[in-house]
Design a protein around this ligand. Sequence first.
Ligand code: ATR
Length: 265
Amino acid sequence: MKKYLVIGNPLEHSLSPKVHNFWFKQNKINAIYNKETLEDADLENFIKMIRDKKIEGANITVPFKEKIIKFIDILSDEAKDANSVNTVYMSGNNIMGHNTDIAGFYLSLKPETINFKDKNILILGAGGVTPSIILGLRMIGVKKIIVSNRTKDKVLKLKERFSFIEILNWGETVKANAIINTTSVGLKKTDKIQLNSSLFTPDTFFYDVIYNPKETNFLKKAKNEGCMVQNGLMMFINQAAVAFKTWHNIMPKIDKNLIEFLQND
Ligand code: ATR
């Protein structure tokens, strides 16, 4: 039986085993997907297990998406551009590192929310997932990407890599068609992001990459103001689907059954 894994730290809340095992069953693939909490010092040995074919493939999550790169032989263009690897496997004699968060993000966008093309988008945060969101937005042809982060240094670093982004000072306001939270604020139910309340206009679309809890205070406030909102569940499912396609060459089904199954966790 083929073995797959997600590695990260902490990992209790990861839905990756649930979604991949669901698709294994649905597609009659004889494999099992588990999770393993690792430390930095375990990464080298973990890659060796993939090289030795003890593990067929793995997803990498926080805080290892960048740290794993030095152990990878070949990076996909997406992984290189984002400097972030979330999907690992062997191809011939090489360890391959791919990024499916970029595709996961843009595939999660639905026409009934807003059409992102030619729109102005504000991103909150400049952490590990932010480059994937920037690249995803770039691929779908948005007009302007504005990034605001509490620590200015980090957003200046991002601008060195993505010169096309604009910077907004933390706490300041700008008119945007969509506001995307990529900070970690909201992971705890009591977390409240400090934002200028004039950002919450009813014609703005609010997106949070967090999917657990289902509704962060950021989305709750936006919803109360009458704005359209979306959490990170569809991004999560789509990044998993693209990883599944990478490993098994099958694009798995994303339907109501699956979404309900994952939501009832
Ligand atoms: P890392 O920065 O190590 O990549 P991350 O979880 O990917 O970690 O990113 C955390 C993001 O959430 C950062 O943008 C962080 O802002 P800082 O760069 O200022 O730390 C943001 N963040 C975390 N706590 C925050 C808070 N209380 N208010 C605003 N932003 C916060």
